[in-house]
Design a protein around this ligand. Structure first.
Ligand SMILES: Nc1ncnc2c1ncn2[C@@H]1O[C@H](COP(=O)(O)OP(=O)(O)OP(=O)(O)O)[C@@H](O)[C@H]1O
Ligand SMILES: [Mg+2]
Length: 300
C-alpha cells in the first residue's frame, strides 16, 4: 500500500504524525518505508531521531537527487538501527522500518516527465519490498505532489493508494484542507484527469485532525466556566463546518490529541513513554494505533 501524506498548510503535524504511523505499522508487523518527499524541508530524520538526516542527507544520495537522476538509487536508512530513540527498541515480530530521506538543501523544482518515470520505478521497487510506503509530501500544491500523483496513477490495482490529508482543528485549516482536496486543481480533480472516477478518489482520501484539544480534555481543566462553555460552542461550529465541507466523520481516519511530547520534542512516542516514564498520554498512542490500523480497512 502507498499512503500519500499531505496538507494544505504547513506545520499541520503531517511529519510528526506520519512518522508515528510508520512506527506503529512496523510494530504491528508490517515492513514499512517512509519516503521524505518534502523537498523544501525534509526533516523527517529529526522526528525519527536520526542526527545524520535531521534536515535531509548531505551525501547527495537522497530522494531529491534520485528524482533528478543524479543517483541510481536513493540511500536508505535503517531506522531501528540509526535512531537515537528506537535503537534498542525493536521488539520481536516488528517489521522493517526504513527511511528514504530527502537531500539537505534540495529545494523545489519543475516537473520533468523523466521524474515521474523515476518515481514510478522507485515506488514499484519499494512496493515489492515493503507492505506500507508512507510518502511525506510538502504542504500545499507542490511539484512533489504532482510527481507522486502522476506516478501512482499507473501503479497496478494490487497496490492500493491512499491519501491522508492532515489539518489542525481550526476554521482556516478546515477551509484550506477542503480546497486542497475538492477545489480547483485539487487532489480529486487531478485524480480525475489521471483517469480515476470521483468516487474512487473520494474513497481513497481521508482526513486526520491533529493536535486536537477536545473541550472536555483534562488539559483544559483550568478554564473558567465561561471559557469552557464558549469552547464547546466553538467545537460544535467546527464540527458543522467540517461536515459541510466534506471533512465530516465518515471522511476522517482519526483524531490525534494534543500531546506534550509531540509539541516539545516532535518525536516517536514509544510504549515506554506512555507506560514507564509517562511523559506521553495513552490516548495519543491509541490514536496512532487506530489510524495505522484504519489504513488497511477495505472500505476506510
Ligand atoms: N498531536 C500534536 N500535539 C502537540 N503538538 C503537535 C502535534 N502534532 C504536531 N505538533 C506540533 O506541530 C508542529 C508541526 O508538526 P510537523 O512538523 O509534523 O508538521 P508538518 O505539517 O510536517 O510541517 P511542515 O509543513 O513544516 O513540514 C511540531 O513542531 C509539533 O510541535
Ligand atoms: Mg513536515
Amino acid at each position: 500500500m502507498i499512503v500519500l501524506a499531505t496538507s494544505d498548510k504547513g506545520g499541520t503535524g503531517r511529519s510528526v504524525t506520519t512518522s508515528n504511523l510508520a512506527y506503529r505499522r512496523a510494530l504491528q508487523g508490517d515492513d514499512v518505508c517512509y519516503l521524505d518527499f518534502d523537498f523544501g524541508s525534509p526533516t523527517a530524520g529529526a522526528v525519527f531521531g536520526i542526527e545524520a538526516a535531521g534536515r535531509g542527507v548531505k551525501t547527495g544520495a537522497g530522494a531529491h537527487s534520485y528524482l533528478l537522476g543524479d543517483v541510481a538509487e536513493p540511500a536508505r536508512i535503517d531506522i531501528w538501527r540509526e535512531s537515537s530513540w528506537l535503537k534498542k527498541e525493536r521488539p520481536p515480530g516488528a517489521g522493517r522500518l526504513v527511511l528514504v530521506a530527502g537531500d539537505e538543501g534540495g529545494g523545489e523544482f519543475q516537473v520533468q516527465p523523466q521524474m515521474i518515470e523515476r518515481c514510478q520505478v522507485l515506488l514499484a521497487r519499494l512496493t515489492e519490498e515493503f507492505d506500507v510506503i508512507l510518502v511525506d509530501l510538502s504542504a500545499g500544491r507542490s511539484y512533489a505532489a504532482d510527481i507522486v500523483q502522476g506516478a501512482t496513477a499507473t501503479i497496478g490495482a494490487g497496490t492500493p493508494v491512499r491519501w491522508l490529508v492532515f489539518h489542525r482543528w481550526t476554521r482556516q485549516h478546515i477551509l484550506a484542507a477542503h480546497g486542497l482536496v475538492f477545489g480547483e486543481r485539487g487532489i480529486v480533480q487531478n485524480g480525475e484527469r489521471l483517469g480515476y472516477t470521483r468516487e474512487q478518489m473520494e474513497d481513497s482520501i481521508r482526513f486526520v485532525r491533529t493536535a486536537v484539544q477536545e473541550p472536555d480534555s483534562p488539559q483544559l481543566g483550568l478554564l473558567r466556566p465561561t471559557q469552557a462553555s464558549w469552547l464547546h460552542q466553538c467545537h460544535e461550529e467546527l464540527l458543522k463546518l467540517a461536515a459541510q465541507r466534506g471533512l465530516g466523520r465518515s471522511m476522517v481516519a482519526g483524531v490525534i490529541p494534543w500531546d506534550p511530547v509531540l509539541q516539545w520534542r516532535e518525536q516517536i512516542i514509544r510504549d515506554l513513554d506512555i507506560d514507564s516514564t509517562q511523559i506521553a498520554n495513552p490516548e495519543t498512542g491509541q490514536a496512532f494505533d487506530d489510524v495505522a490500523l484504519h489504513l488497511t480497512r477495505t472500505s476506510h
